[in-house]
Design a protein around this ligand. Sequence first.
Ligand code: SAH
Length: 391
Amino acid sequence: MAAPTLQSARLIADASGRAMAERLQSRVQGMMLDASDPDETANGLTRRLHDICRMRHPCVFVGSLEWLVLALAPALVGMDRDQLAPVVAVTPDGAAAIPLLGLGRGAEALARSVADALGVLPAGRATEGLGTAVPAPRPGRLAVIGLGPGAADLMAPAVREELDRAQDIVGYTTYVRMAGPFRPDQRLLDSDNRREMDRARLAFELAAQGRHVVVVSSGDPGVFAMAAAVVEALDQSDDPAWREVDLAILPGISAAQAVAARAGAPLGHDFCMLSLSDNLKPWSLIERRLEHAALADLVIALYNPSSKARPWQLSQALDLLRRHRAPSTPVVLGRDVGRPDERVIVTTLGEIQPDQVDMRTLVILGSSQTRQFPRRDGGAWVYTPRWYPAP
Ligand code: SAH
């Protein structure tokens, strides 16, 4: 008999194993759950099991192992051991895939394929009777960390520790490189060509297998970065193994804070953070937000202000803001702050040129109260006082 593959095996489940069987099916292309009526009686299921055994069809059963043994027993009486087709038993929590019958005729390989697909260890090669169930793998850890703006001394010690303990590091190559150097035993998962949600799911898959995974963001992971995608991925998943993962979000210094500190204290009073990127939201919404932020006289920190793919958005945003704020309003442009090529420019809303701004720049636009005055070194201090003039 040719070695059975997962695609050729019948997949059946009792009620307790149904969710895990569906998960297995979703991970193995071409594998079909031998669908039963959810209300199928134990007798019906027993009959189907017996049919499959009689046809000598390889079979993967997910569910109560005690029930399986009791159901199979009558069908096995008097059968020649060598005639039994491979049967692999999987526990409802997916923690063990046990070659039960048909040992030496492909049951072990089938169990190994099931274990691979579920990301667990296969039960050890069983030479007689039942295999030994391996304990469920220890749930892994998934930490979404913020590197801060770039300089090593602006990274939180908790983040450094997390990176040192990580086994798998997931993120954009640029950020992963900033987070290094790494040891040879640490796996770097280049995920530049993945979308955010796919990267988040990859991280969860690894952590659900017991790995210690770190997802890297620049600045703060919760500010226009990976933390939201990771939490959303968990919210959308019904995979019980994902719920077991020890998930932590470790904050970092965001670009707005880093740039503000270089210029003085422009965020000294109420402010907001907006992303000008219309990749994930419509431009009309961005304009409405800008309008309201301007009307509320908030200091505005603009992330993702401009890129080659989005050349006109910043000019349009500035035109809108000029309708609400004086040309003398201070503007801080911080580029690559905390990195070797750092550059901070203080200008005004009247004078700012869109070509001074690119994707590596953060823009802080002052409120009606934001002021600037010269520094000894020729630059300017910018601040927004904590108090407001009485109306
Ligand atoms: N999570 C990040 C923001 C990611 S969005 C954070 O909290 O800082 C990317 C945008 O952040 C860039 O387009 C730029 O506007 C800003 N940015 C990130 N790092 C920066 C740095 N070192 N200097 C200036 N701006 C930066």
